[in-house]
Design a protein around this ligand. Sequence first.
Ligand SMILES: Nc1ncnc2c1ncn2[C@@H]1O[C@H](COP(=O)(O)OP(=O)(O)OP(=O)(O)O)[C@@H](O)[C@H]1O
Length: 333
Amino acid sequence: MNVELTNLSIGYRHRHSTKTVSENICATIRKGELTCLLGQNGTGKSTLLRTLSYFLPRLDGDIIINGHAIDSYSEHERARLISVVLTEKPEVTNMTVREMIAMGRMPYTGFWGRLKNEDEEIIDKAAEMVGITGIITRKVSSLSDGERQKVMIAKALAQQTPIIYLDEPTAFLDYPSKVETMELLQRVSHDTEKTVFLSTHDIELALQMADTVWLMNANGKNNMHTGSPEDLALDGSLESFFAGRGVCFDSDTGIFRINRPTTQTIHITGMTDSTAGKMLRKALRRYAIETTDRDNEQCGITIDIGSNYFTVIRPNAEKKTYFSIAETTRAIK
Ligand SMILES: Nc1ncnc2c1ncn2[C@@H]1O[C@H](COP(=O)(O)OP(=O)(O)OP(=O)(O)O)[C@@H](O)[C@H]1O
């Protein structure tokens, strides 16, 4: 199911004042896609997810689900449409993992409803998909942050809704688990046509896994840029995303890197495009040293890159050959 946001304004209404976090958001979260929402701390990602989940009233505009305004669905209907995984620790922690996942079946069984065999199977399948079968009898209160996060994802899967919203689902996870979780959510969206929308600070992972990326900038008004990661790279949106914050997007490598003013440029020759050449360039950037393969007299130093060596050539000095990047950079920096 597509979710369309039309002139959506989000924020907080207090008794005497209103804090607008973002205005005029116009975008569509598409079914069958993994959409990742990126933005600096405090830009309003959680506020948007809470608004989409109907936990927080919107300030203005509309949220249209499958062609119908979100308000036109009853609470019961919404529970069968949308599942939400938030970052807060669940309050009911005396439960076992299985009982927590079973809560995902509540829209079908009711709070005190008995689980049918079919529900039990769905719960087992959800636990298996997330890889937590081994901890299913443990108390949720005894779990690590990462384990608990996986349980909450399993609960959302057990809810079997066409739309899943997740607020920073990869936050507490180790790197392989982050990748696994993203792969799982991508698979869920692609294989079952679900609409999966999540916020994350794992930008590089999102750029590799997401079908569509939403970049939420800090200025509040018309501050959402959306598109495929590659389109956002091409139109300069990714580059300007961190502008002025010491990080820049390298469109050649497709990764973000720390942006420091270059202190020195070194001439490189030989196997400059080999993996060794790329790794050497990466290491030198750590010391704000850039490289060029054009012969430039101002460079002074040349490094000749071989298959397993690096030869440093300085004017009026003896050539020196090193056999590791660490030795080479130590000799240069
Ligand atoms: N209950 C509230 N009342 C007023 N302002 C709030 C409330 N909750 C959050 N805010 C403010 O709304 C803005 C957006 O907050 P939000 O938590 O949505 O950002 P975020 O992008 O999710 O940040 P982070 O990456 O740090 O999780 C922030 O300025 C925050 O201080």
